[in-house]
Design a binder for this molecule. Structure first.
Ligand SMILES: Cc1ncc(COP(=O)(O)O)c(C=O)c1O
Length: 404
């Protein structure tokens, strides 16, 4: 009988993985774990970024369920799909995302694993073209933007975006920062439903941002992850369309995970616009190569379901109605919170799933301990994260916290 190897024998010198330090995990993931572990039955988890209906569930949309049934019955192979993923899915998204620019052949799209996959590919493409490029990122922004940009090896500079205590966009400071940026700097902008603040640029502000981006020769990178959940599909992409009017070079990361409710299926896309169709095609060839090194090709199932919804007029109109229901629910709850206290009135003027409360970290933690209400330490909360029955209790608790 062979000797058993000793379990502790190092392959070489020190234990190889001792070199790893502790991970500072994404604080939102840690918050979700904490909320899940709380045994209090009336806990309210407004930390995680998913839609919840009146009963507090995150349902599969009717149209998506029907499309998945069709897919199950008709799909004949699960053979490899190729680097571009589902090309028909990306085609069908064009009118929704690009609007009047849908037929522009200088804009080329690719199916990605969620919005995160699109962000990652977009920034890695920038790093491939210009390893020294700098990305201007609004403060605050969605926390995962920073590590994704960092992982691409790009430099990051901040521009002021929102004053949490004053509950308004720091527009003059933002414009000053963009005016001071250099040709070739990348400006990351949220298309709509700003995460974490809910504070979107209005039409006049978008026009000024577009003007400075074009004048300074900046490369706009638009992240649009919540289209349809703010004001409507066209309205939510209006700023993006103005940028496409004015700029020859635009990068756009998009997610269907929220507006189709397919979060775990990882459905997104990346669109690149350059000055010429052949240049855009070449850029996309690079993107496909970069994806090949990471995940090779995107997962098929969710995008196939989205494709079926968008191809079938009845499912398409049911999906429109369902997104309308989600949007109305978001805006109804915003109205209820805004009406509860003049200090919360700003929440009725913001859009999408998130807003920030002007609370201190101690107040946020107090809500967690005394009321089992879970939100990010920054005061960011998911407006539609709670069931109908929890809304009054949530409002009473935050007003109590604001009163100190
Ligand atoms: C601003 C923003 N961009 C991108 C994403 C990524 O979305 P996905 O889940 O499709 O990767 C999110 C998700 O929370 C987001 O809030």
């Amino acid at each position: 009988m062979l000797d058993q190897p000793t379990a502790t024998a190092p392959n070489g010198g020190a234990q190889f993985f001792d070199a790893l330090g502790d991970v500072t995990s994404d604080s939102l993931l840690a918050l979700i774990a904490m909320a899940n572990a709380d045994p209090r039955p009336d806990k309210i988890d407004v930390g995680v970024g998913v839609y919840r209906d009146g009963a507090g569930n995150t349902p599969i949309l009717r149209a998506v369920k029907a499309a998945e049934r069709q897919l199950w019955e008709t799909q004949e192979t699960k053979s490899y799909i190729g680097g571009f993923g589902d090309r028909r899915y990306t085609e069908l998204l064009r009118p929704i995302v690009l609007g009047r620019h849908a037929a522009d052949d200088r804009i080329v799209g690719l199916h990605t694993p969620g919005g995160c996959g699109a962000l990652s590919l977009g920034f890695k493409l920038i790093a491939t073209a210009h390893p020294d490029a700098k990305v201007l990122v609004g403060t605050p922004t969605w926390p995962n933007h920073i590590p994704v940009i960092g992982a691409a090896g790009l430099k990051i500079a901040e521009y002021p975006y929102y004053d949490r205590l004053e509950t308004r966009i720091r527009f003059d400071a933002m414009m000053a920062a963009l005016n001071g940026a250099s040709v070739g700097d990348v400006a990351l902008l949220h298309g709509c439903c700003h995460n974490p603040t809910g504070a979107d640029l209005d039409e006049g502000q978008w026009a000024q941002v577009v003007e400075v981006v074009a004048r300074q020769g900046l490369i706009p990178f638009v992240d649009i992850a919540y289209q349809g959940l703010g004001r409507g599909f066209a309205e939510d992409a209006a700023g993006l369309h103005l940028l496409l009017d004015a700029c020859d070079e635009v990068i756009l990361s998009q997610s269907c995970d929220k507006n189709f409710g397919v979060y775990r299926d990882r459905v997104g896309s990346l669109f690149i616009k350059t000055a010429r169709a052949d240049q855009s095609k070449r850029a996309m060839d690079h993107v496909v190569q970069i994806a090949r090194e990471m995940w090779s090709m995107p997962p098929d199932h969710g995008a196939a379901a989205v494709r079926i919804v968008l191809e079938d007029p009845a499912l398409r109109s049911d999906w429109d109605a369902e997104v309308g229901e989600m949007r109305d629910r978001v805006n109804r709850i915003r109205g209820r919170i805004a009406a509860a206290d003049p200090r919360l009135a700003y929440i009725g003027e913001q859009f999408g799933m998130f807003s920030m409360l002007p609370l201190t970290v101690e107040q946020v933690r107090g809500l967690r301990e005394s009321h089992a209400i879970y939100m990010a330490d920054s005061g960011r909360f998911n407006v539609i994260g709670m069931a109908d029955g929890a809304i009054d209790r949530f409002i009473a608790a935050i007003v109590e916290a604001m009163n100190g």
